[in-house]
Design a protein around this ligand. Structure first.
Ligand code: SAH
Length: 350
């Protein structure tokens, strides 16, 4: 048993089963034993890899998309260039390198990073040294000004609740104990569940997830963009009105039982974009592959490949495929861009 598993077993013994959301939050963000609080989970030596860690092209193209959106909105200055959950800081570093040549963009940008992990803040500080980013704990702490924001694989790390639609109504999936070990169970029937399209339209027998924390995050960003202008790109795996149990654990690049190693494995869930898009004044939604293709990834890939040979060229080609091919990240990853009413469409969408 991990140290966090021991604490959770004790807590459940004393006060009863906990929601999947409480379980996820403890596993990821417990101040002493939490997954993100204690480690750098990315790359070959870690547990998983993300798009910016796969290729510089991801951040370059999205950086130019943000800069174009900024130009389209009359180049407001100063503005906040924000990232939620920046991981190692690679995406922001690529954004800053790619936008260096956009006149006025970086002079007007105030870089803000929303990050809870003290450990990852240090990694980000090293990656972005020379750029003087500011860190805040919460989206609410971002300054009041035009906001150009990016969040890759942030929403999938926020805690979800799971609801089971049975003959007697809705029950919540809980984490409890059997023979002293963590196990899934169901609550008594609930008088009320969250009011989202996925729950409203669920057939009997369905398991439906709800991410209240993600809705709060997107609502906060949308309100700021409606008030001060700007655009936000959310990139994550998931879909539109997705259903079913998508809670998953990854440990050393392999699927793991979500209850097996609390605090030692990454826990995520697919993002249901439908209730998030509904919080924006205006939005655009498409697959990652389609958006990166419209932003010119094929041309950029070809340009970069001219300087490469042998194994480096092969790995560059594989990264291009991995980001865009429908059988890899191209379809399962989606992009949601939100903006204010009546403003120009976000770059990269049809
Ligand atoms: N965007 C990065 C990392 C994704 S992993 C990339 O694409 O590589 C998720 C990131 O979100 C980590 O940096 C993690 O520490 C951070 N995070 C998780 N929950 C958070 C929360 N509630 N508030 C702020 N940051 C959070």
């Amino acid at each position: 048993m991990t140290p966090l598993a021991r604490l959770l077993v004790q807590r459940i013994r004393e006060t009863g089963p906990i929601t999947v959301a409480d379980y996820m939050a403890e596993c990821l963000l417990h101040p002493v034993h939490g997954y993100y609080t204690t480690r750098d989970p990315f790359g070959a030596a870690g547990d998983f890899t993300t798009a910016p860690e796969i290729s510089q092209m991801f951040g370059e193209l999205l950086g130019l998309a943000l800069a174009q959106a900024w130009l389209d909105r009359g180049s407001p200055a100063p503005f906040t260039l924000a990232e939620l959950g920046p991981g190692r800081g690679t995406l922001m570093a690529d954004i800053l390198r790619a936008t260096r040549a956009v006149p006025g963009f970086q002079a007007a940008a105030r870089i803000a990073l929303v990050e809870v992990s003290p450990h990852l803040r240090q990694v980000q500080a090293a990656t972005l040294s020379g750029h003087a980013p500011e860190w805040v704990d919460r989206i609410e702490d971002l300054p009041d000004r035009p906001l150009f924001l990016i969040a890759n694989e942030f929403l999938d790390a926020l805690p979800i609740r799971q609801f089971q639609h049975g003959p007697d109504g809705w029950q919540e999936r809980l984490v409890g104990l059997r023979d002293g070990a963590l196990t899934f169970g169901l609550s008594d029937p609930l008088p009320q569940v969250p009011d989202t399209p996925a729950l409203r339209h669920a057939p009997e027998g369905a398991l439906v997830e709800d991410n209240l924390t993600a809705r709060i995050a997107v609502a906060e960003v949308s309100t700021r963009i409606a008030r001060h202008g700007g655009v936000a790109y959310w990139i994550d795996y998931g879909g539109w009105r997705s259903q079913g149990d998508t809670l998953q654990a990854l440990r050393q690049h392999k699927p793991d039982d979500p209850l097996a190693h609390p605090g030692k494995a990454d826990l995520t869930a697919h993002v249901d974009f439908e209730p998030l898009a509904a919080l924006a004044q205006a939005f655009a939604y498409d697959t990652q592959g389609a958006v990166l293709t419209r932003l010119g990834i094929d041309t950029r890939a070809e340009r970069l490949s001219r300087n490469l040979t042998g194994a480096a060229l092969e790995s560059h080609r594989a990264a291009h495929r991995r980001l865009t091919a429908p059988t890899e990240m191209g379809s399962v990853f989606k992009m949601l861009a939100i903006t204010s009413a009546g403003s120009p469409p976000p770059p990269g969408f049809a």
